[in-house]
Ligand binder design. Structure first.
Ligand code: GLN
Length: 575
């Protein structure tokens, strides 16, 4: 250990003579933070984020401060421009960072708000390196992948450690071992482990065991080769987590142990579970959390009383999953109905709200491309509530408006999210306020009544130019409204990602027709929550924000909580 320390001390004042490049953030002490690094082998989509966040949760339950970071291989600066159909939803953090959906998994599992510091892409890393180069920051050196780019990666990790005062930083490396894109991340972690010293960095390899139906048994060769590949990078895993459909057999775990020198007790079966929220308990039963505490020498920092309490609260939550006494069917309209990942946070928010009501929520996907006023009643006959979620572009909007009209006129519980909020305004303007030409300038720039539009003067006030309004914003709720009742307060903070909003010129007309804007920007005339009077409709509400992004297992988002309650009442009335 002292070798590494000496070596670093000797490069503290960087010169053009040295081969080392390890900038340390102010206030960082080598060897004081622990790191858990998670890699995936064999296939992508193993659930590295689920594994990493579950383990982080178990350590947090023990009273340790944890901070996760996802290292993305792609060159985009953030996830803002990514198509959710290919990459899953864009998860917006409170500080406005448009991040990967895995950050949502971390926030939910840890019940912890994250920031841009918890999310890095290759694009961000290279941009930082190139800016330093332009500013003459490398003292005449040729700038190289090693040590400069890897040095930048380590700096990001250590900066996060300082900023969050984490006991343990969880580093999830995106992609699969062997990709070109993430090779420098893996290299950086190898260097980190040397510099921080033994017992400070624990490596976790996720892998996948195949079960070809024709053979009827689990086969581990691909897993063996995948982990070999990791070892070729100079990283020897401390723990192997094996993904499989069924529990991994002892024989396969032994085989993996033989091929990798990882004790069989640390080869963990991460088989499919009915809900990801059951994984932390499975890990705890297998003693994985204690193994990691021991590997990192953290025993002295464990708070057993804290753990007992946290484990109890979690067990009360998970004990409901799979044995709910009630059920409801909730329809979700949307363009990406084929891909559940595009609506990951909405599905999770429904799960949280469902558990709180001891209710299993079945989701019905409604492709609105062919929905019209004539066939909508049949299409929605089986659902107890509907959600029109966020989205961009024109496709399916006529069908969405037909669904909203049906929900409004037939007292079908409705939740509109962002675009779903805007569509509810348009439907109401057209069918209640007799503004036949009402639309959004996003879909119809020349419409007669642009009830939803871009307002340049407001955008200037908000200082966002032509860009999206992103991240956490304060919302004032009207006392006595459905919204205020749901949230139990009149001051809330919600996350936004939109460009268009209600045109203030139409507010009066909409209100005269009976629409209530019960949530507003504290200063500007930006409408953020709409609802219908409760004597007219049991549950009709919309948010210009995304309530799903801040729903947590033990603290479901109030708008979803209310929706499931209303759906239950409707299902009960029908039965
Ligand atoms: N397309 C709409 C806007 O930009 C809604 C965005 C969303 O649903 N996230 O305002």
């Amino acid at each position: 250990m002292s070798d590494a320390m000496d070596l670093l001390r000797s490069v503290k004042d960087q010169t053009d003579e040295t081969e080392f490049y390890t900038p340390l953030p102010d206030g960082y002490t080598l060897g004081s933070t622990r790191y858990v690094a998670v890699f995936g082998t064999v296939i992508s989509g193993l659930g590295k984020g689920i594994f990493s966040s579950s383990l982080a949760k178990l350590l947090k339950d023990k009273g340790l401060r944890v901070s996760p970071i996802k290292l993305e291989g792609y060159l985009n600066f953030d996830s803002g421009t990514l198509n959710p159909f290919r990459h899953g939803e864009v998860f917006v953090l409170d500080d406005g960072m448009e991040s990967d959906m895995d950050l949502g998994t971390y926030e939910r599992m840890l019940d912890q708000d994250l920031t841009g510091a918890n999310f890095a892409t290759s694009g961000q890393i290279f941009q930082a390196v190139l800016s330093k180069e332009r500013a003459g920051g490398y003292l005449g050196r040729d700038v190289q992948m090693i040590p400069h780019v890897t040095g930048e990666v380590k700096l990001r990790l250590r900066t996060l450690a300082v900023k969050t005062r984490a006991d343990v930083v969880f580093v999830e490396v995106g992609g699969t071992v062997g990709d070109i894109e993430n090779a420098f991340y893996i290299e950086a972690l190898r260097e980190l482990s040397y510099e921080e010293g033994p017992g400070k960095v624990a490596f976790m390899a996720l892998t996948y065991v195949l079960s070809p139906p024709a053979l009827g048994e689990q086969k581990s060769k691909a897993a063996q080769l995948g982990i070999r590949r990791l070892m070729e990078y100079g990283i020897h895993p401390h723990v192997i987590a094996v993904r499989a459909e069924k529990p991994v057999t002892t024989k396969v775990r032994q085989k993996l142990s033989v091929y990798t020198n990882v004790p069989v007790g640390r080869v963990f079966s991460m088989h499919d579970l009915p809900s990801i929220y059951l994984l932390p308990e499975l890990m705890r039963e297998e003693g994985l959390d204690s193994e990691v505490v021991e590997l990192l020498g953290l025993g002295g920092r464990v708070n057993s009383a804290h753990e007992f309490k946290a484990a109890g609260a979690w067990a009360r939550f998970t004990s409901t999953i799979g044995s709910e006494r009630h059920e409801v069917r909730i329809g979700i309209t949307g363009k990406y109905t084929a891909l559940r990942d595009s609506y990951a946070s909405i599905l999770k928010a429904l799960e949280h709200a469902g558990v709180a009501h001891d209710t299993r929520v079945h989701v019905e996907w409604i492709d609105t491309t062919d929905v019209t006023d004539d066939n909508v009643a049949a299409g929605l006959a089986g659902v107890d509530a509907i959600i029109v979620p966020g989205g961009f572009g024109t496709r399916g909007t006529a069908g969405k408006i037909a669904c909203i009209r049906h929900a409004r006129a037939n007292r079908l519980p409705y939740l509109g999210i962002c675009l779903g909020f805007q569509m509810a305004v348009i439907e109401f303007a057209r069918n209640v306020c007799s503004l036949a030409g009402a639309a959004s300038t996003e879909m119809d720039p020349d419409c007669e009544h642009p009830v939803i539009s871009i307002l340049p003067e407001q955008k200037q006030i908000e200082g966002l130019g032509g860009n999206m309004r992103l991240g956490g914003q304060d919302v004032d709720l009207t006392e006595g409204s459905l919204a205020a009742e749901l949230y139990g307060t009149t001051k809330i903070r919600q996350r936004f990602r939109h460009r268009y909003e209600v045109d203030p010129r139409y507010i009066e007309t909409l209100q005269a027709g009976g629409m209530i804007f019960s949530g507003r920007h504290p200063v500007h005339p930006i409408m953020q929550v709409l609802e219908l009077p409760r004597d007219i409709h049991p549950y009709f509400i919309g948010g210009q924000f995304h309530p799903e992004l801040t729903s947590r297992p033990l603290r479901p988002a109030p708008m979803f909580h209310g929706l499931v309650r209303a759906a239950l009442e409707r299902a009960g009335a029908r039965a």
